[in-house]
Design a binder for this molecule. Structure first.
Ligand code: ACO
Length: 326
């Protein structure tokens, strides 16, 4: 197989809307602060009886429909998430059961907000190698479950949602032209949930000290992101033999409007080529790039032959970019 690409996409967000004003009522923050520092106006939170697998399954069903496929056609499910339903039993298997993808191998990957790009990279490789034919790549998160609602530095940033793509063989010269993924594990205390894993189990003390919630050094992430976004995009373009001027649109990880504006400037790409929907959904980590692309496709903004870049960065630290000819 020479070329692998996206055959269909689906997105899903939970119904419950959390506005900046909802946070203003509970915390020492303001709509004005959140909007001006991040660009976020509202985000979605899962209902009490929903988890990551529910969002992932809804997005997956839509992706299958858009690709004109049945769940039995899928031979691999790759779910990117940092908020799995459980620590043990991967969430991809729960999705497999919920959608009826009975013929698939299913596993999770954890590359935080770069997860969707990492997932597409694995899928593309597997298909080009001829080992699998139809791979469902999902980015899904229920971050509202792991943010500290008393910590104004983090809780206002994140939201819940899911995006899924069916990846398979496409016409030669189209599809995922290149991908560049990279990690920097040295900076390992910038973004982490300290307790709840095997290093620091969720003891009563850890829970009481709120260590089972996500902690972040926001400015350090910011500094990393404004370098990583342009670097990954440039490297992926180089591998694809393309220039920044070839890009019809860029789908960046939706963390902060200021990060995207800075990356646009560094890449010398007009900022209006960067698709932004973080105002409505906040930072949905592994789901965010897919949520942006899926929404743009629904609006008819990407057409056959358009060259686009999907670029992410996140905890780990991880980053990566994929260049796709639609
Ligand atoms: N409301 C009001 N004030 C606040 C809030 C809030 N919600 N949050 C922080 N502040 C205060 C701070 O306490 C600080 O006050 P001080 O000066 O009295 O100490 C002041 O605002 C400025 O804080 P900074 O951290 O300097 O604000 P900054 O402009 O850097 O914006 C932000 C903070 C939005 C977090 C920014 O650093 C950012 O977006 N960083 C990247 C975060 C990110 O992308 N994370 C996700 C990575 S993806 C993943 O893998 C999950």
């Amino acid at each position: 197989v020479k070329s692998a690409g996206i055959l269909g996409m689906g997105i899903y967000v939970p119904e419950k809307i959390m506005t900046n004003l909802d946070f203003e009522k509970e915390l020492d923050t303001s709509d004005e602060w959140i909007k001006s520092r991040t660009g976020i106006e509202e985000r979605r939170f899962v209902a009490d009886d929903q988890a990551t697998s529910d969002l992932a399954s809804e997005a997956s069903k839509k992706a299958l429909e858009s690709a004109g496929m049945k769940p039995e056609d899928i031979d691999m499910v790759i779910l990117a998430t940092c908020t799995p339903d459980y620590l043990i039993q991967n969430t991809a298997c729960i999705v497999q059961k919920k959608i009826g993808a009975v013929n698939a191998a299913a596993f999770d990957i954890q590359a935080a907000c770069s997860g969707f790009v990492y997932g597409l990279t694995i899928a593309s490789g597997m298909i080009k190698a001829g080992m699998y034919k139809k791979i469902l790549v999902i980015g899904a998160e229920a971050l509202s479950r792991v943010v500290d609602m008393q910590d104004r530095n983090t809780c206002i940033l994140f939201g819940d949602g899911a995006a899924a793509a069916v990846v398979g063989e496409v016409e030669e010269g189209y599809g995922i032209l290149s991908s560049y993924i990279k990690s920097e594990g040295e900076d390992d205390e910038i973004l982490r949930m300290p307790a709840g894993g095997t290093k620091r189990p969720a003891t009563i003390e850890e829970v009481e000290n709120r260590e089972t919630f996500l902690k972040m050094k926001g400015q350090d992430v910011f500094k990393f992101a404004v370098q990583a976004l342009p670097k990954a995009t440039r490297e992926a373009l180089k591998l694809a033999g393309k220039e920044t001027t070839d890009l019809h649109m860029v789908f960046p990880h939706q963390a902060n409007k200021r990060i995207i504006e800075s990356a646009a400037k560094r890449l010398k790409i007009p900022v209006d080529k960067f698709y932004i929907n973080l105002n409505k959904f906040g930072n949905t980590s592994a789901a965010s790039i897919g949520l942006a692309l899926g929404e743009a496709l629904e609006k008819g903004l990407v057409k056959k032959g358009d060259v686009i870049a999907l670029t992410g960065f996140g905890a780990g630290l991880t980053y990566g970019s994929a260049v796709i000819k639609w």
